[in-house]
Ligand binder design. Structure first.
Ligand SMILES: C[S@@+](CC[C@H](N)C(=O)[O-])C[C@H]1O[C@@H](n2cnc3c(N)ncnc32)[C@H](O)[C@@H]1O
Length: 229
């Protein structure tokens, strides 16, 4: 990991204030950055939970609630939890929202049948602690579906992605929102452990049948897992 990136309490403070700052325009910039494809990825990630309608699902690091709203649309009781007040405030039509740190979720153990988390793993200061919290609050047999950015592995796709993510995204972000935040975004992928390491951490947190798949040629990645009984 680059030594210029913050860690510990410094990272948590930076992440919270950065998302508070970009919250009002976050969704619009996100749509542009993913060319609107993220909706489809989220719909599939939720379907992959394979939970009965009415199940109670926690959306961790929900931000402005794209996953939360889609969960509700698909018939789940969805709860949004996020560190940034600004992000939750900017999120419309979120019936249940809680501002909290995902390392200490203010919920009783094993009360959720499902859990989603979109594009936040690299933002957590203590990823292992967050995964352990996920393992605590998801009921045995419950399912989790996590989406995160990735980098395509093959030639032209990879070159195109690098130009887009490292140059176009910071440029568009600085025009429409906050320059510093959208420069940090591509750098923050350095925090992400490998898929193998994440799979191992999920196992340690009490999850089994961990499945990792690349989405759209590796533009995004998804982890699916079941809470052990
Ligand atoms: C890139 S945004 C993703 C938001 C949303 N899940 C989505 O898919 O659009 C990352 C979110 O993680 C939240 N976050 C970062 N660290 C957190 C923590 N320790 N606890 C809870 N939320 C956190 C940020 O506030 C931010 O809203």
């Amino acid at each position: 990991m680059s030594t210029n990136l913050p860690t510990g309490v410094e990272k948590t403070k930076l992440v919270r204030s950065m998302f508070d700052t970009i919250a009002p325009r976050y969704q619009m910039v996100n749509r542009i950055m993913t060319l609107g494809m993220d909706h489809r990825w989220r719909r599939r990630a939720i379907r992959d939970l394979r939970l009965p309608a009415g199940s109670v699902v926690l959306d961790v690091a929900a931000g402005t609630g794209d996953f939360t709203r889609e969960l509700a649309r698909q018939g789940f009781t969805a709860v949004a939890a996020d560190l940034s007040y600004g992000m939750l405030h900017a999120g419309e039509n979120l019936p249940h929202k809680v501002q909290c740190d995902a390392t200490t979720l203010p919920f009783a153990s094993a009360i959720f049948q499902g859990l989603t988390c979109g594009y936040a793993l690299r933002n957590f200061t203590d990823l292992a602690a967050v995964l352990n919290e996920m393992g605590r609050i998801v009921a045995p047999g419950g399912r989790i579906s996590l989406l995160e950015v990735a980098e395509p592995r093959s030639g032209i796709w990879r070159a195109g992605f690098r130009i887009w993510f490292r140059h176009v995204v910071p440029f568009v972000g600085s025009l429409l929102s906050d320059r510093a935040a959208y420069r940090y975004l591509p750098l923050s992928t350095a925090y992400l452990p490998s898929a193998g390491e994440l799979t191992r951490l999920l196992g340690e947190a009490g999850f089994v049948a961990v499945n990792h798949r690349l989405v759209m040629g590796g533009l995004s990645q998804q982890f699916l897992a079941t809470r052990s009984r």
